[in-house]
Design a protein around this ligand. Structure first.
Ligand code: ATP
Length: 454
């Protein structure tokens, strides 16, 4: 199966099962924007929750939720007004628009040149000169479109953290080293959006800025680098699909930068950046706002501007990585009633149970003999704790297949034996193994498996 086929299969599964839809689809779609469907919203929420637990349920990290719209001076201080741009070129022939620094990896936009890379068109002189294009979406506060009322949709969540450094430090009485974490929407007017959720114009980020004594920056950089890759492993990412990439060319504010890359069907791509941003941001905000932003260590009597170790991960981009990581088409050999065999393909989303949208599905084997009532009772009991799905239509095998595609880790079937001894079968998604357990033990059995804290 080609790599493009895999992406297409995932996109199609996302639509079929209600993970992701194109934004404004009935109007022909809006490029670079996506809507999360009933299962997608659960998976995204679970990813964010897993990150939030990991990053903020510790003594030295606090959470915030800053406004998307911020004072326009923030973006002058951060350097986004001057530097947050990509070089853009237009093809004079087919009118397609490209990022000039990505031409080797980008397909030519002209339908008549299938398989050709845009760099070739550049070499043949088909492109305009590169010009810089600022990626921030601009709007205006109030009814007048004048320069004094300009606002931007934030292109990253980090700045909401920097400008609140003093507030959080004082309110929480944290001592350095400590971090501030935030999850939220960011917006970038990307020149080319491609590869489904990988590069979109509206997306969610999960960022944490850890403020340290400048003398300790290397130690904390190493600490967070390891912590972050471990988080992906913990939620089931295959080790061979993740790697670190070290930036040689650093941003003007950075002292060190590593990306965690995932091997998507279309190639390796960044899912998280771990950066040593030095004291650049706090210094600049202090300078631009005229407010003192610094730290006084009352033990050592040192006064300094903290360095920042940043961990910045895309919630939506890692959502896509988790889908790619879990997607599998397994070939099964089926024995037919006449003794012959045939092949069947089982599509599975092997999502970590803690991330899976639906934790368990409940099936009555048949719609009679009290089985639906027992099944409904199980459903009503479990749904107080996590998302459960009820399905009584079609053969049980078909119901299993549907849940495999949705990524549901456990399917519970109520059958004739349940009527006699109160046990049910629990079938596990990945191994398809079945266990009989008492229906009264279902809650503890599943919560233990999904490590879901009640
Ligand atoms: P890229 O080089 O891919 O444009 P970046 O280096 O600009 O990304 P950062 O500014 O470090 O990205 O943002 C941190 C994370 O936010 C990225 O690792 C990625 O997961 C996510 N992210 C950034 N831009 C987008 C986007 N357009 N769509 C989806 N996720 C994004």
């Amino acid at each position: 199966m080609s790599k493009t086929d895999i992406t297409e299969k995932i996109v199609s599964l996302c639509k079929r099962r209600g993970y992701v839809f194109q934004s404004s689809e009935i109007y022909g779609g809006l490029n670079g924007c996506y809507d999360y469907g009933p299962l997608g919203v659960e998976l995204l929420k679970n990813i964010k929750e897993a990150w939030w637990r990991e990053m903020t349920y510790r003594e030295d990290v606090e959470g915030i939720d800053a406004a998307i719209l911020m004072h326009p001076r923030v973006w002058e201080a951060s350097g986004h007004i001057d530097n947050f741009s990509d070089p853009m070129v237009d093809c004079k022939e087919c009118k397609a628009r490209f990022r000039a620094d990505q031409l080797t990896d980008t397909d030519c936009g002209n339908k008549g040149y299938k398989g050709r890379k845009a760099i070739k068109c550049m070499e043949e002189g088909k492109f305009t000169e590169a010009r810089n294009f600022n990626l921030m979406f601009k709007s205006y506060i109030g009814p007048l479109e004048e320069s004094s009322s300009v606002v931007y949709l934030r292109p990253e969540t980090a700045q909401g953290i920097f400008v609140n450094f003093n507030n959080v430090k004082e309110a929480s009485r944290q001592k350095i080293p400590f971090g501030i974490a935030q999850i939220g929407k960011s917006f970038r007017n990307e020149i080319n959006t491609k590869n489904f959720l990988f590069r979109t114009r509206e997306f969610e980020q999960m960022e944490m800025q850890f403020f340290v004594n400048p003398n300790d920056d290397n130690k904390w950089f190493e600490y967070w680098k390891e912590k972050r890759i471990e988080w992906f492993y913990k939620y089931g990412m295959k080790k061979e699909k993740l790697k670190f990439y070290e930036h040689e060319k650093l941003a003007h504010y950075a002292k060190a930068a590593f990306d965690i890359e995932y091997e998507f069907p279309f190639g390796w791509g960044e899912i998280e950046g771990i950066h040593n941003r030095t004291d650049f941001d706090l210094k600049r905000h202090s300078e631009y706002s005229g407010k003192k932003i610094e730290y006084f260590d009352d033990q050592t009597k040192e006064r300094f501007i903290p360095y920042v170790i940043e961990t910045a991960v895309g919630a939506s981009r890692s959502f896509f990585a988790f889908l790619c990581n879990g997607f599998e088409e397994e070939e099964l050999v089926k024995e037919n009633s006449d003794g012959s065999t045939s092949k069947e393909v089982r599509t599975i989303l092997r999502l970590h149970p803690a991330l899976a949208p639906i934790k368990a599905a409940v099936f009555p084997l048949v719609n009679k003999d009290g089985m639906p009532e027992i099944s409904k009772n199980i459903l009503n009991d479990l749904k107080n704790y996590f998302k459960v799905f009820y399905d009584d239509s079609g053969a049980v095998g078909r119901r299993y297949r549907r849940q495999d595609e949705c990524g549901t880790p456990y399917c519970i079937t109520v059958d004739t034996q349940t009527l006699e001894d109160g046990t049910v079968t629990v079938r596990e998604r990945d191994t398809m193994s079945q266990e009989r357990i008492s229906k009264d033990n279902l809650l503890s059995y599943i919560t233990e498996k999904i490590k879901f804290k009640i």
